[in-house]
Design a protein around this ligand. Sequence first.
Ligand SMILES: Cc1ncc(COP(=O)(O)O)c(C=O)c1O
Length: 396
Amino acid sequence: MYTDSHRLSEGVSDLKRSVMRDLLCLAVDPEIISMAGGLPANDVLPVDTIRECLDAVLTRDGPKTLQYSPQWRPLQEWIAAHMNERGVRCSPEEVFITNGAQQGLAIVSRLFLDRGEPVVLESLTFTGVQQVTSGRGAKVVSFTIDPVDGHDIDGFEAAITSSPSPRLAVVIPNFHNPLGISLSIDDRQRVAALCAEHAIPLIEDDPYSLLRFEGELDPPIRSFDEAGRVFYLGSFSKLLAPALRLGWIVAPVDLAPTVTVLRESFDLESSTLTQRMVMEFIDRGLLPAHLERSRDAYRERGTAMLRALDSHLGDIARWSRPEGGIFTWVELPESVDTTEIFTEAVEQKVAYIPGAVFSTTGGHHNTMRLSYANLTPELIDEGVERLAGVVRPHVT
Ligand SMILES: Cc1ncc(COP(=O)(O)O)c(C=O)c1O
């Protein structure tokens, strides 16, 4: 074994093997109704229009599309205009194009966080947030989030004012992964004010906000941030397609040289071809209709999921009621351990993600994340019915 003769760097020794990946390997059977993956719907991915846009930029811009190049200015300008429309005052110089929000998480956490230093995280969060924080040896100070009661902002205040002072905080404000919940406008204002008052940098990780299928789009936390503490992360993964690996950071302009150098140390720049292709998609006016199609699909499937939970698990579970995005979170009676019954679920041809995977504090053994994005309403009902059949014998 290589690791018998070589000590790996400290940076990788804290990275945990992905339990989720191991579990998903068990669920490859096409007969399985999988509510596990966090993927956008296959049937809304715009294959044909992306092909046309790629062809158009290759024909028009030739070898330039295949070269190294700085960030594509028209895309920075579009992102800045889009952010301003959402109430975030920023210039194109404050927009840093990344290879997805995950890279934004890696860059901003590297900016502030050294090994052993405290970071404030939600009690349940996206595994990618864990990888760039606790996965790099940071010490987690958590605050509670709940599928029905939402984010505990008093808890957030207690966490960011704890001693030693946290170096960074991370919040997912919209259609949270894994909970599906969103922060109220008052709480967004309060989070921005608290970060300003206590001088805590905050990552606002927001890949899902434009997938709101019910109610009004909320202003980002960053729109209430007068003090320049909030680093907003956006992504084209759920707006267009994850394979583009394209996202952005809105960061204070005085950090531009540092963010740029840090970014270069990872991979120089995002793909010129992809940036130009995405700009072509936007220039052709295709984004609004594409988003509308996505929202329609998720509204139908999200509604089917809530209906199915009501009819098959209504008497024994509680769950979040997402108004957008692709996830709901289910809490079962204490006697049910969703990691233990996972193999049984796969035998019954249904899959989910056990909630404990997302926990920053341990516990949550009786919870699960369900995604409705890639299933028809009929399959969602069938999947939840199978799930109920697996769960019920374990309820005591
Ligand atoms: C909350 C959250 N942040 C970040 C990411 C990573 O997004 P990207 O594909 O833009 O890297 C995801 C992906 O699932 C996510 O759910």
